[in-house]
Design a protein around this ligand. Sequence first.
Ligand code: BGC
Length: 893
Amino acid sequence: MAVRSNLVWLTLALSLFDPTCNAGPVRQREAVPDGFYAAPYYPTPYGGWEDSWKESYAKAQVLVDRMTLAEKTNITGGSGIFMGPCVGNSGSAYRVGFPQLCLQDGALGVGNTDHNTAFPAGITTGATFDKDLIYARAVAMGKEFRGKGAHVFLGPSVGPLGRKPLGGRNWEGFGSDPVLQGIAGALTIKGVQEQGVIATIKHFIGNEQEMYRMYNPFQPGYSSNIDDRTLHELYLWPFADGVHAGVGSAMTSYNAVNGSAGSQNAYMINNLLKDELGFQGFVMSDWLSHLSGVASALAGLDMSMPGDTQIPLFGGSPWKFHLTEAVLNGSVPVDRLNDMATRIVAAWYQFGQDKDFPAVNFHSYVSNEKGLLYPGAVPASPIGKVNWFVDVQADHASVARQIAQDAITLLKNDDDFLPLSTKSPLKVFGSDARVDPAGANSCGSRACNKGTLGMGWGSGVANYPYFDDPITAIKKRLEDVKLYDSDNFPLILTPSPTDDDVAIVFINSDAGENSFTVEGNHGDRDNDKFSAWHNGDKLVQKAAEKYRNVVVVVHTVGPLIVEPWIDLPSIKTVLFAHLPGQEAGESLANVLFGDVSPSGHLPYSITKKEDDLPDSVSKLVKEIIGQPQDTYSEGLYIDYRWLNKQKIKPRYAFGHGLSYTTFNYTDAHIKLVNTLSSALPTARQPKPSVPVLSTEIPPASEAYEPAGFTKVWRYIYSWLSKSDADKAYAVGVSSTKSGSKTYPYPEGYSAVQKPGVPAGGGQGGNPALFDTNFEVDVTVQNTGSTHKGKASVQAYVQFPADSGYDTPIIQLRDFAKTKQLAAGESETVTLRLRRKDLSVWDTQKQNWVAPGAEGDNGKSKRYTVWVGEGSDKLFTRCFSDTLVCERGVESPV
Ligand code: BGC
């Protein structure tokens, strides 16, 4: 039960409200700075019009049509926190054959169970810049979720995007760039969903810091104030890619966007996600962030998770029985409920879960074979078998190891110091070199930092089945190894270091979810900031004083400032191993001893100082009274986009990563695949209408609690007592007849379906945005003579100088990783640029505009596509107008 008790008790402690009743009117919004506004957008667009979902919707409609009112409202909400085996357990409609769905964390493997793989974190996976590996991880994870009986995988996380380097949850996602997040998120969705598991893209949107993320009765969560263009070009971008990949569900964020809370933000859910992006799946609230009953339904929320009000465990809910009541009394239109239920059932059909889906065989909160079925109902919970200990690991450790290995990012390697010879005597420093002596899983939700850091903390973790730690793997290679198992450098070293001695210093930096505080860090790295934890920077400095050759290995959730030691003469090598998951040891040893060359690249920039980034990004918002305002005043300029604009040289740029060998990028060609013949994409097709079920208020009897049913204490049900149902029905019927409405509908409310915004038209937006316009081929050769290696090829676009829009100097648009190339060997890789990659979001036109497209004069403007091995190592460029590529040119930044 330790897992989320902090969250629960914190919320309980803050509670002054009647916990069982929370379906009341919309909370008043706090004022946000001028210029930021979450405009009303109603009604929620129906799902089911997109071709690839039509069949599933047709089946879903048949099933939903057979459901009673209480069955429909049951499947749209969870049974309550700790009220079942999974972190989220939706209600069922067994009478018609629809099961309870199991929704399970975490983003790096099946959470809260056993016999699973603890894969490398998202940030590590992003650092591979390897599409095949990203996909392979997803396939393996999808198999494990399915094997455990989990219908819904609560990942991938592509928000936070990584705007704030100190943000607590950046490590769950893939790196501080929308394209890296977008490609990795979409491949994860594909791999997971191909296994018949519904993926959940999260957190929609703006959860860029942990502190003050949640609404509580005294204070609203912070508002991420994001302008329209920035929203489209950065934060919405990976969600668009995820929807384009057909993602089945989405999770809203805790925070507000432009003043309106994530779970009831009609602009974000109805307009952006369901209309513009054409999302066909269902939208769930983040845990305990569901604030209002009717308002959230109208704003487009489809599933309440875990079902409770903000104050959980009292059987209260904004929906379930309240939603039943709200439909009966006419506050929530019947077609909205039908759409919610149909979206959920359609996703279940879409991924084949109606056929042979395994039953849940684990319990998130009980580790014994038998235990409480509903721990939230203690002491009244029935007891039964809850764990079958199904081993779902198969050979997934090899995928996990490959990713951990290929993510290792060599930042510095003076005098080609690595790889190590197996003869050099090694002295190893730092507790991060070995597993937590109390066990890798000693702290629930990994909310402590006592050994090698394999993952951050919070809901995005999984239990380690075992932990391959670095010191064990190093000792397998070498006899002469001594571990100084402390984070303080020894006062006396005996014997004194010789010139041949090599010191490897392990340091780390941790972060996680705000429900836990670890060593003074409240989720975000607000205490240790950019410094290594446990005085790690000191440890490195001390080692550098005593040893001539020092290798620094960093396990980290994000960037550190390495200035305190990076230029010391004995610091020969620095490796960022990110968060490797269970396979921390062998993967590192393979790199240290040269079995493979490192091939990871930085998924963020490492600046020289905190102030190299603007305050809006480097600082956390902390107002303790009223709603904290997190205003994205830096606009499009985060990470390398900002540094390039300000001409600030980071210590290591986004995309940087060395190898033991060298690569040449030759023979680049740019091919025109589709002419960009107009600035605007081809107009979208009109949205086809979809069949609708009856919109009549159903008879009250569909909501009556069945006679003789024994309820589980505190479990959330969707029935009403006969008298409540009859009363609500009478109100609903009379208001329908008189045309009066009993609910104060929000400003701008309308019940008439809209035709669809011009930027929409398919999953992810107008299908024309995803057409490839150019392809760039480049041949990469391993020009070294000794080591094999994999090269990362990154393509950045530079918009036409006379585009009329302010654009970042360069922006990542695609990437590819070569296979293992032997010395002298080459491979040709292809990168592609789609219309969207060549467009900016025009806030006036409310559409994507390609400023370099052919104008009325038949002339196009020049895009430059830069190709290379890091955002500051781009020595080849190709022009979109002349279709010429040149190499040996100076990098644009
Ligand atoms: C997190 C989500 C997670 C959910 C369920 C929340 O606190 O923000 O990412 O999926 O809990 O555990």
